[in-house]
Design a protein around this ligand. Structure first.
Ligand code: NDP
Length: 281
């Protein structure tokens, strides 16, 4: 098992040391502003967890909790204010936004120099070119978890299930830059199980509980489960049938306690790196 919780804890300890050193040497404390619009309970939990993680690592957290009725113009004005605020080095807009707000317009309004989630088109382009500044947090965490197994990604067959802009596509791009041979599967993929069976590395980012079954997984494959699904009994489950796949996989991440904690650690790391760039300027 790849223990995301303890990997993330280690990362966060290192980040805390670097934050304190940066503050001592430059007077700059990395600042992260989280913007939440509406009252989606899961999003509220994510934002709260990110704030707690910031505080623990010594970053300066700022929370902007806005009602669901917030207009696009009001939100754009807040983003402009955060872009100009020297205390803030990372801005994260919690998705999904209410339907009346155009997410694309909001994500494009965040300064590419403070885009802690790496969703701005400029940062997407830099990632595709292989010269990223902000790497999206979940994909960055996924690569760190694969690296923690000691597996050399170069030359391996990697299958990413899911092609979203926030997980599937950037993960595939990062694996490609690490010289994996990458296949991206989605809802129109024909005979998906036989494609997945070829993979040395499987990334499941679908949003369907227990989708990846043991007979779809090659023996000793590294399986990273990004999915977070709330079951009818209230429990969380990933996209992978953990109990059965663990008998075949070489390495497997649990849910909860897998990719989730890594995502938060990477958000802190992105904010720290951004603050360092500001300090250099
Ligand atoms: P999206 O809903 O944006 O994308 C899901 C992808 O899965 C789509 O590309 C879709 O294909 C594909 N898909 C859906 N059903 C099937 C199917 N039956 N067969 C093959 N492919 C299918 O989800 P996200 O990428 O945003 O998130 C994926 C999961 O990861 C969710 O459970 C989410 O909660 C979780 N997540 C976890 C994070 C963490 O920190 N651990 C962070 C972000 C997300 P198509 O494009 O054809 O529709």
């Amino acid at each position: 098992m790849i223990d995301g919780k303890s990997l993330a804890l280690k990362l966060r300890e290192g980040i805390a040391q670097e934050v304190s050193l940066l503050e001592k040497t430059t007077g700059i404390k990395p600042g992260l502003a989280a913007v939440l619009v509406g009252d989606d309970p899961a999003s509220a939990v994510y934002v709260r967890n990110k704030k707690i993680a910031c505080e623990k690592a010594g970053l300066y957290p700022e929370e902007h909790l806005l009602p669901a009725s917030t207009t696009q113009d009001t939100l754009l004005a807040l983003i402009a204010q955060l872009n100009a605020d020297p205390k803030i080095h990372g801005i994260l807009v919690q998705l999904p936004l209410p339907a009346h707000i155009e997410s694309k317009a909001i994500l494009q309004a965040v300064s590419p120099e403070k885009d802690a989630d790496g969703f701005h088109p400029v940062n997407v382009g830099r990632l595709v070119e292989g010269d990223p500044v902000f790497v999206p947090c979940t994909p960055k965490g996924v690569i760190h978890m694969i690296d923690s197994t000691g597996l050399d990604i170069s030359g391996k067959q990697a299958v990413v299930i899911g092609r979203s802009n926030i997980v599937g596509k950037p993960v595939a791009m990062l694996l490609l830059h690490r010289h994996a041979t990458v296949t991206i599967c989605h809802s129109r993929t024909k005979d998906l199980p036989s494609v997945v069976r070829e993979a040395d590395i499987v990334i499941a980012a679908i949003g369907k509980p227990f989708f990846v079954k043991a007979d779809m997984v090659k023996e000793r494959a590294v399986v990273i489960d990004v999915g977070i699904n709330r079951l009818d009994n209230g429990k969380l489950a990933g996209d992978v049938d953990f109990d059965r796949v663990k008998e075949r996989a070489g390495w497997l991440t649990p849910v909860p306690g897998g990719v989730g904690p890594m995502t938060i650690a990477m958000l802190l790391q992105n904010t720290l790196e951004s603050a360092k760039r500001f300090a250099e300027q």
